[in-house]
Design a protein around this ligand. Structure first.
Ligand code: ROI
Length: 168
């Protein structure tokens, strides 16, 4: 939903890293997102330490979620996030679910539901991933995901195991 007076949309971005000083990667990414024209930060969650989902032969992750106001379209926002991943040394080597210096996922974009080859919104992984749900619930406890699922209900079905809040 576009805010009628400002032409901006509220969006949520998931951040994750498990290589090359993960917490610093997230802080650098936050600064770069904030420096992007058309993006204003609304909220940034605590950092969370989480066990890897998927292949276990990789380091633990640091995860967070950021809420923004943006004038960018979903695809322009996606491109900006991919550019930042690239700047921080993300290599897409084709290995699915492998270690990464930075992962920026566009989780939610207003009330939009999009299913494009390069972008699905709401992000398909939100509901199964405590490392997304927990930080999202921290900054947006009353959020209802566009297909009508309340964060609080999703959390009940997704026990927050193997995840620890790092900073206030
Ligand atoms: N596991 C955790 N804990 N955090 C992530 O951000 C993360 N990202 C991924 C995969 C490899 C699925 N596992 C993850 O892309």
């Amino acid at each position: 939903m576009t805010h009628p007076t400002t032409g901006t949309v509220t969006a949520y971005i998931g951040l994750g890293s498990n290589l090359a000083s993960p917490a610093e990667q997230l802080i650098t990414a936050r600064n770069r997102i904030n420096a992007t024209p058309g993006i204003t930060e609304l909220a940034f969650s605590s950092l969370y330490h989480s066990a890897p989902m998927g292949p276990q032969d990789q380091p633990d992750y640091v995860n967070a979620v950021m809420g923004i106001l943006t004038t960018l379209s979903p695809l322009d926002l996606l491109r900006s996030l991919q550019n930042i991943e690239h700047l921080q040394g993300r290599v897409r080597d084709g290995e699915r679910w492998g270690a990464r210096t930075l992962d920026l996922d566009l989780l939610i974009y207003g009330n939009e539901q999009l299913d494009l080859p390069e972008l699905t919104i709401p992000h398909a992984g939100i509901c199964q991933r405590a490392f997304v749900l927990l930080p999202l619930a921290e900054i947006a406890p009353d959020l209802v995901i566009p297909d009508n699922r309340a964060i609080a209900d999703l959390l009940k079905n997704c026990p927050p195991t193997d995840i620890e809040r790092l900073t206030a």
